[in-house]
Ligand binder design. Structure first.
Ligand SMILES: Cc1cc2nc3c(=O)[nH]c(=O)nc-3n(C[C@H](O)[C@H](O)[C@H](O)COP(=O)(O)OP(=O)(O)OC[C@H]3O[C@@H](n4cnc5c(N)ncnc54)[C@H](O)[C@@H]3O)c2cc1C
Length: 397
């Protein structure tokens, strides 16, 4: 990354756009801006890290070619689901594909392209505050530099996760990339969710996404309110590798640990006239699944299209579209209150519906009649109890 080290320098400047945080959302936005009709406009990206490590791997489903298709690490046309009793089924995912993109490939590609496209300033610093008056927003960094812009895109804002009327689960996971000395994995069949492990009356599953016959990423994932002790993730991963995958000889090539908020805390993508929150900060995470990558791309493309057409980044969802947030709250309520074992919730959804319909639903792209069908397939009394609880917690407070 060609970055300016700001440790002893105080720079002041005005830009058409300032992006706070050059991670997945910030870099994606810069890329969409620079490949749009707004390419001539100036961009400043403020990011303290080098982005030279494979700090995360994004998995997501999609039914079309995406902007980063050429740098995908792997994609699959079918996936497997495993229930708590140890039964597995290959899901027919229709014209969807399950895709894997490594963080380092994304950072290298996007930063390389942005440097080629030019008119972009990088500052290696942390944002301390973003202030606003009627004309513009001012970003002040840890090193005391001040930058101004009509539009500041902020991916650094942190959700609070403290309001008890919200559902505040955490998706936390630890993963290894492992390599074996003999052909072991089926590279065409990833395990998207396998609940065939000790549940401890919680939502716990493994996913195994093989790169080839010798190498796979394997992740131990939980949707719960509290994190585990660090060593517990390793114990479960090693147990699964030895007991379920029956492997004794393997090498751990990489490790990954992550926490994604699964919360229905109200997010504010457009908190004020000159500030736009993007990525996790803007509420782009699906609260019920933790998936964020795909929605971020969709949302940012819409924002850039709006800037191109109207000069304003403001995009609006209809009131009716917001029903998907309500569905997420209901699913979170079922999981948080343990109304039904989590493994059964997902098993029943995938058994009684076409898996591609479930993907479409989780992407917020189904129509109301398709949603009724999905609702009808759930354990209705428990879900109805969750609906009432959500109304009580979120609407009557
Ligand atoms: C390990 C991991 C694995 C994940 N896997 C998936 C997945 O498989 N599929 C999926 O859809 N989602 C996944 N997610 C969720 C989500 O897609 C990622 O967290 C994604 O990176 C979110 O993008 P973002 O831009 O909002 O945040 P980030 O990518 O984290 O970017 C935020 C950037 O802001 C910078 N920053 C922070 N504070 C400041 C500050 N004060 N000033 C300036 N810069 C600052 C950070 O250094 C960072 O670069 C995963 C998350 C993690 C942590």
């Amino acid at each position: 990354m060609t970055q300016q080290n700001n440790s002893s320098l105080v720079v002041e400047g005005s830009y058409d756009y300032i992006i706070c945080g050059g991670g997945m959302a910030g870099l994606s936005l810069a890329y969409y801006l620079k490949t749009s009709t707004l390419a001539h406009q100036s961009i400043l990206i403020i990011e303290p890290q080098e982005k030279d490590k494979n700090d995360r791997t994004w998995a997501f489903w999609e039914s079309h070619i995406n902007t980063f298709e050429n740098i995908l690490f792997k994609k699959w046309s079918s996936v497997r689901f495993g229930d708590a009793a140890g039964n597995t089924q290959v899901l027919d995912i229709g014209n969807y594909q399950y895709k894997l993109l490594r963080g380092i490939d994304f950072y290298n590609f996007v930063i390389g392209e942005l440097n080629k496209l030019g008119n972009i300033q990088w500052v290696k610093d942390s944002v301390n505050s973003i202030n606003e008056d009627s004309n513009f927003a001012t970003v002040i960094t840890q090193n005391g530099a001040r930058f101004q812009s009509n539009y500041v895109f902020d991916s650094t804002y942190k959700l609070k996760l403290t309001n008890k009327n919200n559902h505040n689960l955490l998706q936390h996971f630890k993963g290894y990339v492992i390599q074996t000395d003999k052909p072991t994995f089926n590279p065409d069949l990833p395990d998207m969710m396998n609940f065939g492990i000790e549940q401890h009356n919680e939502c716990r599953f493994m996913y195994v996404l093989p790169f080839d016959e010798y190498t796979t990423i394997i992740e131990y994932t939980l949707f719960t309110e509290r994190l585990l002790e660090k060593k517990e993730y390793d114990i479960e991963l090693k147990k699964y590798i030895s007991e379920k995958l029956q492997l004794e000889n393997y090498q751990i090539l990489e490790e990954e640990f992550g926490i994604i908020p699964m919360s229905d805390e109200a997010t504010n993508e457009f908190p004020s006239k000159h500030v736009i929150r993007i990525g996790t900060a803007g509420g782009y995470t699906n609260p019920a699944t933790g998936y964020t990558f795909q929605n971020t791309q969709k949302r940012l493309k819409r924002i850039v299209e709006s800037l191109e057409k109207t000069g304003s980044p403001l995009i609006k969802d209809t009131w009716f579209k917001k029903r998907f947030l309500f569905y997420s709250s209901v699913l979170l309520n079922v999981l948080e209150k343990k109304r039904i074992p989590a493994a059964d919730v997902f098993a029943r959804l995938y058994e009684r519906n076409s898996p591609s319909q479930i993907f479409k639903f989780l992407d917020g792209e189904t129509n109301f009649w398709e949603e009724i069908k999905i609702m009808y397939s759930t354990e209705k009394p428990k879900f109805i109890a969750a609906v009432f609880d959500v109304i009580k917690r979120k609407m009557l407070h």
